[in-house]
Design a protein around this ligand. Structure first.
Ligand code: HEC
Ligand code: HEC
Length: 395
């Protein structure tokens, strides 16, 4: 089913290439095409708010806005910032360790203020119902409107879903540090947008609500289902002996990864729960899970990250402590640290790790690399729609 959608998006993309020259499109009437997400063996529980159904037109508008460096409210070349400044497709929508501005993967806003954590990939987020961000702060049940991450209460927006990331990026001191009216004024001044808003929402009006909804639709469309392991599950390819052995280690208590990072039955490669994986003993991060729940026992807990495309998303962990996959494997092998907060599922914590043999470690790594989906990081439907327009930026 998803293949059909992808094809239809692609042709839509082609139809829109001419939009980059900012011509007004005098289309009349309003019809939208539903954008369907569904991969046969993925969970059914899609997180799509009722007031923002996905449409082909909305997703495409969101793609433009995601790459538009004027989103942060400035036009000077050095002051452009888009979602893609940090979230790069080539790195599964993380910034990567080799970002020209963010050395080692440490991101900061236009003011130079660092983000509270290292990055998370934007991949299969439509299946996350447990809360977004490392600490799950952004959640449907959230009534809080103020004062997290230095964002003032005056804005009055909520932090309920992917839609929230747009206004947060515009105003947060560690991202755009801008002003919503200024951003809207810039978007309104480009004749490229009114026809696209009309197609997506029925009229040409450009509001923060519509901008947020369109970007959220695009982020929900970032679905990966085509790794070597997916193809193996569909009977299209075989795994090597080493990859098979690695999968066995992963899925049993010998390497003990599956409790948290899932299984083929959970092809997201995370349970999306919040866990303390025995990495730290002193918990100085004011933005861990306990900062959201107020529960002392949630110290050092973070949302378990997906292992899909793990090859492309170094550095690793919420604090970027590991630069390579080998360092992560060394940590689970012999670097586990005991504390009262470690999750009981870290069954080897008392011995400090799993102590795999070098061969077992090589097998486990070979398996992890079968989770790479290169068609995701090169999918034209997810790429910069106007690479030759100075305002549309990839990093
Ligand atoms: C300055 C760099 C930067 C920019 C610009 C940026 N992000 Fe992020 N983004 C991050 C970092 C860092 C995190 C991890 C934050 C955390 O959890 O502490 C993140 C997390 C996220 C998440 C949570 C993913 C998850 O699995 O829960 C989403 C969604 C997201 N960003 C979307 C966006 C969108 C949409 C935009 C543009 C409107 C944007 N970001 C702009 C750096 C950035
Ligand atoms: C008890 C749950 C749990 C178990 C078991 C577990 N992990 Fe994790 N894993 C996590 C959590 C939580 C994080 C994020 C921790 C942080 O950011 O500080 C993480 C992070 C990672 C990361 C970094 C991902 C990123 O995007 O930064 C990798 C890679 C990883 N784990 C692989 C594994 C492997 C391989 C195994 C088995 C050897 C394993 N994990 C076992 C919970 C677990």
């Amino acid at each position: 089913m998803l293949t059909i959608v992808a094809v239809c998006c692609f042709s839509f993309t082609l139809a829109y290439v001419s939009s980059c020259v900012s011509k007004r499109n005098a289309s009349s009437g309003w019809t939208t095409t539903p954008y369907k997400i569904g991969v046969p063996y993925f969970p059914d529980s899609l997180n799509i708010p009722r007031d923002n159904p996905m449409t082909v037109e909305g997703v495409e508008l969101g793609r433009y806005l995601f790459y538009d460096g004027r989103l942060a409210g400035r036009t000077h070349k050095d002051s452009l910032m888009s979602c893609a400044t940090c979230h790069r497709q080539s790195h599964s929508f993380e910034c990567g360790i080799d970002h020209p501005k963010f050395k080692g993967g440490k991101t900061f806003g236009l003011t130079g203020i660092p983000t509270p954590h290292y990055m998370m990939p934007l991949i299969n987020l439509v299946w996350v119902n447990e809360g977004y961000m490392w600490n799950g702060f952004i959640h449907a049940s959230n009534e809080k409107k103020a004062d997290k991450y230095g964002v003032s209460a005056e804005y009055g927006f909520n932090y309920k879903n992917l839609e929230s990331f747009v206004w947060m990026m515009i105003v947060a001191p560690h991202e755009g540090n801008g002003n919503i009216e200024q951003t809207l004024a810039l978007l309104r001044s480009d004749s490229l947008y009114p026809p696209m808003f009309k197609k997506a929402f029925g009229t040409e009006e450009i509001t923060i609500d519509r901008v947020s909804k369109a970007v959220a639709q695009f982020v929900r469309s970032l679905v990966s289902f085509n790794s070597k392991f997916d193809r193996f599950m569909r009977g299209e390819v075989n795994l090597t002996e080493s990859e098979r052995r690695g999968f066995f280690l992963f899925s049993t208590e010998r390497a003990d990864c599956f409790h948290c990072h899932g299984s083929p039955a959970l092809p997201l490669w995370t349970t999306n729960q919040f866990m303390n994986n025995a990495k730290d003993v002193d918990f100085t991060d004011n933005n861990d899970r306990s900062s959201v729940t107020g529960n002392e026992l949630d110290k050092g807990k973070y949302r378990i990250p997906t292992l899909r495309n793990i090859e492309f998303t170094a550095p690793y962990m919420h604090d970027g402590s590991f630069s390579t996959l080998d360092e992560v494997l060394e940590f689970y092998n012999s670097g586990l640290k005991r504390s009262p907060y470690v999750d009981p599922l870290m069954i080897n914590v008392n011995h400090g790790g799993t102590y795999l043999t070098p061969e077992e470690r090589a097998d486990l790594k070979a398996f992890l690399l079968t989770l790479s989906d290169s068609s995701f990081i090169t999918n034209p439907a997810f790429s910069n729609p106007c690479p030759n327009n100075e305002f549309f930026i990839n990093e």
